[in-house]
Design a protein around this ligand. Structure first.
Ligand code: BTX
Length: 327
């Protein structure tokens, strides 16, 4: 039943704005025309708006806002990203599914999306709160033909994509906090986790996980993060369509990725720095053996932090503890 329904939606979606005749649907699905009609009624109950004309057939006018493979695919005008979509209502982590799929040969551009994650992953074994239906919990499988040493550039690219979408589509002013948190009013709205499977100089695959807080109210955010996390609802005082955000992010991601493969990293670096939190400002840096003040200049090709010491010397830092919000 469910798979007939999915095939039916797929046929309607493939014919886009055009009508598809009841006879053709009945031939393709090998069910009677009255069974087709019953399916259409069920789809309408699910929130699909379907137009039926006696001499023309059927067409979908609009999709419900809830997430599914079909609703995400409808209206997604990309060439390679999101051609294969896996949607789960609930899962431990979309990263887990993405790794399994990638190991089994999933194509470049496959996406995994969940309404809820019960064990969302942050970096370094931290956890990521993924409230049901309130955010975008997305993993993208990539098979880039670049050196594993360049992989951090894809995380920086992802941060610029999210910043661009938040800025131009949601009309807010995001900043990227090194290496890849996105902040609105000093509070985290996006987290990015990149995981890679590589051998020497070949990347087998990369999974980029993106968590974007969308429709959480202050009360939806767990207490332990509520003072340093925010959502689009909190910032803009209105609800946003997660489906539309996914489509916008995938479209922007594809464009940016294709440009990066063609032109290399300089454009991404420039864009990243235009969103960079505290660039040009003095920050306190703690490393294993040192504790000092320096000016944050920007990022390096490999994602390292570029700083200027008070004596004028310039350094690259790969790991450092920075209190970004010192008073
Ligand atoms: P991170 O290690 O930079 O951030 C994790 C930290 O952020 C946590 O320790 C907590 O303090 C805070 N935090 C947890 N949840 C949230 C939240 N919803 N909003 C704001 N702050 C929070 C960032 O790691 C990488 C997160 C990637 C999440 C995506 S979701 C899709 C994919 N699947 C999955 O399991 N992870 C990725």
């Amino acid at each position: 039943m469910e798979s007939t329904r999915n095939k039916l939606i797929q046929l309607l979606a493939d014919s886009s704005e055009k009508y598809i005749s009841g006879q053709l649907l009945s031939d393709e699905l090998q069910i009677s025309r009255s069974a087709i009609w019953k399916h259409m009624k069920e789809l309408e109950k699910d929130g699909y708006q379907i137009e039926g004309k006696s001499n023309k057939g059927y067409r979908i006018i609009s999709y419900p806002d809830k997430l599914s493979e079909n609703t995400i695919r409808w209206g997604l005008e990309t060439n390679w990203i999101g051609k294969s979509i896996i949607h789960k209502e609930s899962t431990t982590s979309t990263q887990h599914i993405a790794h399994d799929e990638a190991r089994n040969g999933a194509a470049h551009g496959t996406i995994i999306i969940a309404d809820e994650q019960t064990n969302g992953k942050g970096r370094m074994n931290r956890s990521w709160f993924s409230t049901k239906g309130k955010g975008m919990w997305l993993s993208i499988i990539l098979r880039p033909k670049i050196s594993p040493l360049q992989a951090p550039q894809l995380t920086l690219l992802t941060a610029t994509v999210l910043a661009d979408v938040l800025h131009s589509y949601c009309n807010v002013q995001p900043l990227i906090k090194w290496p890849n948190d996105i902040l609105l009013h000093d509070k985290k709205i996006v987290g990015i986790l990149t995981e890679m499977q590589a051998e020497q100089d070949i990347i087998n695959y990369i999974v980029i996980g993106i968590g974007l807080n969308v429709n959480q109210s202050k009360d939806d955010l767990p207490e332990e993060i509520s003072h340093r996390a925010t959502s689009l609802l909190i910032e803009t005082e209105k609800e946003h369509s997660i489906k539309a955000l996914i489509q916008e992010i995938l479209t922007t991601f594809e464009k940016s990725y294709d440009q990066y493969i063609k032109n290399g990293f300089p454009e991404i670096k420039q864009k990243w720095e235009s969103y960079g939190f505290k660039i040009g400002e003095e920050i306190t840096i703690k490393t294993l053996k040192d504790h000092f003040r320096a000016i944050f200049l920007g990022i390096e090709e490999d994602g390292a932090l570029r700083i200027k010491r008070m004596d004028g010397s310039i350094e690259k830092l790969y790991s450092a503890e920075i209190d970004w919000f010192e008073k």
